[in-house]
Unconditional design. Structure first.
Lengths: 171, 539
């Protein structure tokens, strides 16, 4: 039962910029930014509080740490142009420090995971599992209805040699 | 439960699993399970008593509940997650992660490298979201456990009847051939090119449709998870199940467990009414991370010092093979075959299709490069190799956070992971793959079999590996040697009375195969012992 979570405005701005770097160009071209946020927020809401706080802090740190990256010339990540933003991400994601790399991987995975959950993006890949599920579910029932019925009933059956003692609340 | 409610639930039809959800249709009315109470129905604190309270409704908890209710015991099951019936399951993997998984599936171990792991948090537990592989504990593992931990009645011969019973209950069988997808056939063909031993998977399924949706809840009910087997069986025989109920602690008087205390979780995570259960026996079946945490929170300690230790997790590395032809890996059953040629070396591999969103989490590409690669999603085979751990980690309680898993992959397992990935890559190239994306950061994609030869020789630091798992085991090791184990041969906590453990945390070591059936078999055996010894506990 995930709690509702609204990404705070400062982090929202960072994540939006981050998404334009790590997601395919279709994000901007197809105006999917809002849909990405709509996917991200409930997902973050389902995470434990400490992880959510950690992630928000990670995005903030990623943004501010750009000031220390020489090519940024003191700018935050959100203010970098596309080319430098991409180079900065690469520098962080493939840098020498393990924890830094892992956090970048986590941030990137979080965003790209939610991007590829957008129905329009799935459709563009010609990934239509719902229709397939409906088709094979019907095939299953058409082919094996009787065996399925028997199998489902067997779950409730007594077993050979079993002494069943129903207690007072049994139905 | 009051009489009126009981009578309302009397006669309710069992949830038939054969009513598949029709995509696009209005959400079906939620079916009732008799004896199930969800948080929305609870408006005040509840105080109840019973013979046995079980914390957790997964492989261990549900099986224990079914066995004990069969023997006439009054059983209450408390499950932290919600009840999601078969007809609610869809291919919306994001929703499934949010609703069926603990922490939205975003748990990782602390160590090098961090390993992503998943646990179910819903009625039915991890059996609702696993791949449905059902393998008996290998004989050499059972023999080793019996020998090293002085465990009683656990030889392959002793366990046979328990496994038989379990396999019948959860319909363990081979797949119908029409459900096997192209990705599995390619893996089979690739392995055959080298003459490697490949076996069809035994799965707990009743004419599985091959929807490839196992990890997000089986939308046809064909996967015989606890949700559609032992949970309804136990409920129909009088057990009571409270979903959305988080247990804070096991209550005790001295060293005797007397029940549990917890609270109902409201939809936004708020704390709802209190739940207090008084019982003669308490069974912790919350999985290998949460069970030791519950025992610690309740003040139980193991004099062996082993509580929370011996965590094993079958590290798993996945690669992505891209073919020139359409594979449509999402059309066909999840993991139809396993390549077992290298089982003696602790390596096992298989094809495991996952949705595009999850593919992107495990590969280093980003931006337009990612977009170009993902255009080939329908031409991909995702294959994974499982490594039987050569080491173990531990669980530790971190204030303000909860239990965390600490695990350092050994050099031996690093080498086996590289070898496992390289062997899988060889099979994929033999099957016609044109490009292979590796789970090793900084290592270029493989473009042909010659590249694999170099990979075998390559020294890859563990920190650059992308590993994951869904098999969390150990942490409450059973051993009749009180200096080595947390519980007895039958899962009874050594240093407490009336307290049992019934989940994968009992395992003294990794099983080397998918662990679900091992849990069910072991718990069936332990339940039998509890029933035989019920007078000792006055139940």
């Amino acid at each position: 039962m995930p709690a509702r979570f609204d990404i705070p405005a400062p982090q929202r701005r960072i994540i939006a910029r981050f998404a334009r770097v790590v997601c395919p160009p279709g994000l901007v071209k197809n105006q999917l930014e809002q849909q990405l946020m709509d996917q991200l927020e409930p997902y973050l809401g389902a995470m434990p509080l400490h992880l959510r706080i950690g992630l928000m802090a990670a995005f903030t740190t990623f943004d501010q740490a750009a000031r220390l990256w020489p090519a940024a010339r003191g700018s935050r990540f959100t203010n970098l142009d596309d080319e430098r933003a991409d180079r900065y991400f690469r520098a962080m994601a493939h840098g020498p420090l393990g924890p830094q790399r892992n956090i970048c991987k986590l941030m990137k995975g979080l965003v790209t995971f939610n991007y590829y959950e957008i129905p329009a993006v799935r459709a563009e890949l010609e990934y239509h599992p719902e229709a397939y599920i409906a088709k094979v579910a019907k095939r299953r029932l058409d082919s094996y209805a009787e065996a399925i019925r028997k199998g489902e009933e067997a779950v409730f059956a007594d077993e050979p040699g079993q002494i069943v003692r129903l207690h007072r609340g049994a139905r | 439960m009051n009489a009126a409610k009981r009578s309302l639930m009397m006669g309710a039809a069992p949830a038939s699993a054969s009513d598949a959800a029709i995509p696009g249709a209005a959400p079906p009315k939620k079916k009732r399970l008799p004896g199930l109470t969800e948080q929305g129905e609870v408006t005040r604190d509840l105080y109840i008593s019973c013979d046995v309270v079980i914390v957790g409704s997964g492989a261990g908890g549900a099986t224990m509940a079914a066995e004990l209710t069969d023997a006439g015991m009054d059983v209450v099951v408390l499950e932290e997650g919600s009840y999601h019936p078969t007809e609610s399951f869809t291919a919306d993997s994001g929703r499934a992660l949010r609703e069926l998984y603990r922490d939205a599936g975003a748990q990782t171990t602390i160590g090098s490298p961090p390993i992503i792991f998943s646990e179910g948090r819903c009625v039915g537990g991890s059996t609702v979201i696993n791949g449905g592989m059902s393998w008996r504990t290998p004989a050499h593992i059972l023999d080793r456990w019996a020998r090293e931990e002085s465990l009683q009645k656990i030889t392959p011969k002793d366990m046979e009847r328990h496994f038989e019973k379990v396999e019948k209950r959860i319909s363990v069988a081979y797949q119908d051939p029409e459900t096997i997808g192209r990705d599995a056939r390619l893996l089979e063909a690739g392995a055959a090119a080298f003459g490697w031993k490949t076996i069809p998977n035994l799965r707990n399924q009743l004419h599985c449709a091959g929807t490839n949706n196992c990890a997000f809840g089986c939308p046809t009910g064909a996967k015989r998870s606890m949700l559609v087997t032992n949970v309804p069986r136990a409920l129909h025989r009088g057990a009571r199940l409270f979903a959305d109920c988080r247990v804070d602690k096991i209550t005790r008087v001295g060293k005797r467990a007397t029940g549990v205390e917890g609270w109902f979780v409201r939809p936004d995570g708020r704390r709802g009414p209190k739940m207090v259960v008084r019982s003669t026996l308490v069974v912790a079946a919350c999985g290998s991370v949460q069970t030791p945490a519950l025992l610690w929170r309740s003040g139980f300690q193991s004099p062996s010092g082993q509580l929370g230790r011996n965590l094993t997790l079958h590290p798993n590395a996945k690669l992505v093979a891209v073919f020139d032809e359409d594979v449509l890996g999402w059309q066909g059953v999840h993991q139809a075959f396993q390549v077992r040629e290298f089982m003696d070396d602790g390596i096992l591999f298989t094809a495991v299709n996952i949705p595009p969103s999850l593919v992107t989490m495990g590969i280093p590409h980003h931006g337009s490069e990612l977009g170009e690669l993902m255009k080939d999603y329908n031409r991909m085979v995702v294959a994974g190799c499982l490594i039987e751990d050569s080491t173990s980690g531990h669980i530790k309680m971190v204030p303000g956070v909860g239990p965390l898993a600490f695990y350092e992959v050994t050099q031996k397992d690093v080498e086996r992971a590289v070898r496992g990935v390289a062997l899988t890559a060889e099979a994929m190239f033999a099957a016609g793959a044109k490009r292979i994306i590796l789970p090793f950061e900084g290592v270029p994609d493989l473009m042909g079999p010659d590249d694999v030869k170099q990979l075998f020789r390559r020294d890859i630091p563990r920190s650059k590996m992308e590993l994951l798992t869904v098999h969390i085991m150990g942490t409450c090791r059973m051993s009749d040697d009180r200096n080595r184990g947390v519980t007895s041969s039958y899962g009874e906590f050594h240093d407490a009375a009336g307290l049992f453990v019934a989940d994968a945390s009992l395992f003294p070591g990794p099983v080397g195969v998918n662990p679900m059936e091992s849990i069910l078999g072991l718990v069936t055996r332990n339940a039998e012992w509890m029933i035989e010894n019920r007078r000792r506990y006055n139940v």
